[in-house]
Design a protein around this ligand. Sequence first.
Ligand code: NAD
Length: 278
Amino acid sequence: MSDVLGYKGKRVIVSGCFSGMGEATAKLLLELGAEVHGFDYKDSTLPLASFTQVDLRDPASIEAGVAGLGRGRIDALFNCAGLPGGGGFAPIDTMKVNFIGTRHLTETVLPLMGEGSAIASIASTGGLGWSRRIPVHIELLQTKGFQAAVEWAEAHADQVSEGYAFSKEAVIVWTQFAGAHLIKKGIRINCTLPSPTQTPMMATFHATSGKDVVDAAAEPMGRYSTAAEQAGGIVLLNSALASIVNGVVLPVDGGFMGGVATGQVDLSKMMRKAAPAG
Ligand SMILES: NC(=O)c1ccc[n+]([C@@H]2O[C@H](COP(=O)([O-])OP(=O)(O)OC[C@H]3O[C@@H](n4cnc5c(N)ncnc54)[C@H](O)[C@@H]3O)[C@@H](O)[C@H]2O)c1
């Protein structure tokens, strides 16, 4: 098969390669002939070009992981690591992994990127509320570096709440914001919004939100997506075929967002859950 996606021989980094969508993304990139470097805080058994234990809650660990890859060009970065909200995870840890550490990893990798390189992150339909508080997110985006962002999040615990929705909103706003200036260097940045997906994280979503609420977000397709289906969306975004797709927030959701926008998906189950008990 011809290399229409353009991954053959490309040097790419996948965060969160231990399980779920990150593991599926790394597998797909290996099949497409890329040189795949994996980062996670849990060991991967995939036949990667390299695996480095990186904890996205720790900036020194992120910097050491990237330094370990040397000065060679990085063609693509896949930000797949994430933590759910609640379920025993502190909101600040969820913020660190999903946004602050992910941004720090991206900013540490950027000097190794050039014309034609691309970044794609996994956000979530859970970040749907981003447009209601753009000024708040711009304030967070204006923090310089890991520690300043942590201090901002700690000082805005009311906004951050359980951490998941806010961190995903932050990824969405950051993607759109960064898209408008990274493209001047020929570098693209995009993100995906997966609908409920059968991965190890799902057990926590069921425990914290309730299965009925998660099921409501799996409409109109009527089933959860697979990690491999989500890998398809993010691999497409960073591919040569998407050469001017930039600053885009791409639903990979079987039609959920379109159904919501046109009144064909019933959100009342999700809304009932959000309303006070009784
Ligand atoms: N599963 C879903 O329904 C769903 C829906 C929307 C968005 N997402 C998002 O998709 C992404 C992938 O999640 P998943 O569903 O594949 O779950 P998952 O739990 O299988 O994958 C998460 C990965 O992140 C890694 N990780 C967690 N904390 C880390 C840390 N401190 N440092 C480095 N790596 C760390 C984990 O080890 C794991 O490999 C996440 O960003 C998640 O928020 C998931």
